[in-house]
Write a protein that binds this ligand. Structure first.
Ligand code: PBG
Length: 342
């Protein structure tokens, strides 16, 4: 049948140039797979986990359906599951038993994140253990560093404590140290401290472009890390600032970061793209707790097809240019991808 025979109105659609018929490449699953530009794989994922003290604890996090606080003894099972799903890395956050003004729970050698790191390296030596370096989960005031008399975070004193934290995590066996505190100069100070202590082969993933975002809400419930007064706008980045994000990435690479991050992901995909074009270092994007919670809530209400929306979202982050995606969807997405045959 010619297109003229399909004509409903005598309009000559047959005059569409052959080169403009892009639907030819969309006709079958085989053709679509063949010309697909962006691949999403479990190997792109880093799975964030909240480690807590005690034994046998798997405490669901209400604002993050499907995620739980896990005691250290539960992590071996988690690690085995990640390996079986071909997810190469886990990101650890620690929930300490007690907090103080300096966040000492972050750097003590038997701190929860140190115990969790040892347990994971014991159980699955090949799983990459990434540790979050920040004080907010460990300080009683909930800020990411130590405070002066007026309640503002003192940069350089905080950096010293963050470097102590990084060292004790490296000592526990962390493969990748990931500072998320947003103090100035911490990457350089941590790099030097690691090198001096014989950890020159441990990797630094810098949360370089981390914005003061309302999308962290569910995380702060999960990690009990909301500031007790004020907010984080005096140290995390101002959301409208894209050029500043590029300066921060450039600085962190100059200070010795091996990999850099944009966080959150979805409202900042322009910066993921720009960072990809400007810098050749491995680039991560953090698909944060609020982004996860929104999809979970819509899916629970039957408003969206969760599998398709999650995979479309993660593919979008990859297409923007991220090599790695830190995501709470990692395990489910890996299962869906395996079922679809990649
Ligand atoms: C700690 C930290 C936060 C997140 C990661 N590391 C919270 C914050 O900065 O307040 C957020 C992650 C998420 O929302 O999933 N500084």
């Amino acid at each position: 049948m010619t297109s003229a025979q399909h004509s409903l109105s005598g309009i000559d659609a047959g005059s569409i140039p052959s080169a403009h018929r892009m639907r030819r490449l969309r006709r079958s699953d085989g053709l679509r797979r063949m010309v697909r530009e962006t691949r999403l794989s479990p190997t792109n994922f880093i799975y964030p986990v909240f480690a807590t003290t005690g034994r046998g604890v798997r405490e669901p996090i209400p604002s993050m359906p499907g995620q739980s606080r896990l005691s250290v003894d539960q992590l071996a099972q988690e690690a085995a599951e990640l390996r079986s799903l071909d997810i190469p890395a886990i990101l650890l956050f620690g929930l300490p038993d007690s907090k103080d003004p300096e966040g000492s729970g972050a750097w003590i050698s038997d701190g929860v994140i140190q115990q969790a790191t040892r347990a994971l390296k014991d159980a699955q030596p090949d799983l990459v253990v990434v540790t979050d370096v920040c004080l907010c989960e460990y300080t009683d005031h909930g800020h990411c560093g130590v405070l002066d008399a007026e309640g503002s975070v003192i940069n350089d004193a905080s950096v010293e404590l963050l470097a102590r934290t990084a060292l004790s995590q490296a000592d526990a066996g962390a493969d990748v140290i990931a500072p998320s505190d947003m103090m100035d100069g911490r990457i350089g100070v941590i790099r030097r401290a690691l090198d001096q202590q014989g950890f020159e082969e441990r990797t630094l993933l810098a949360y370089s472009a981390k914005f003061a975002s309302a999308f962290y809400g569910p995380f702060r419930d999960a990690a009990d890390s909301a500031p007790q007064f004020g907010d984080r706008r005096a140290y995390q980045m101002d959301p409208p600032n894209g050029r500043e994000a590029m300066r921060a990435i450039e600085r962190d690479l100059a200070e010795g970061a091996d990999m850099v991050m944009v966080k959150p992901a979805l409202a900042y995909l322009d910066l993921v793209r720009e960072a990809r074009q400007r810098f050749d270092a491995p680039l991560a994007a953090y698909n944060v707790s609020g982004e996860y919670a929104m999809l979970k809530a819509a899916a629970a209400n039957g408003w969206i097809d969760e599998e398709r929306v999650v995979l479309e979202t993660l593919t979008g982050i990859r297409r923007a240019g991220a090599d790695m995606i830190l995501t709470y969807h990692a395990k489910e997405a890996a299962r869906w991808l395996a079922r679809q045959g990649g």
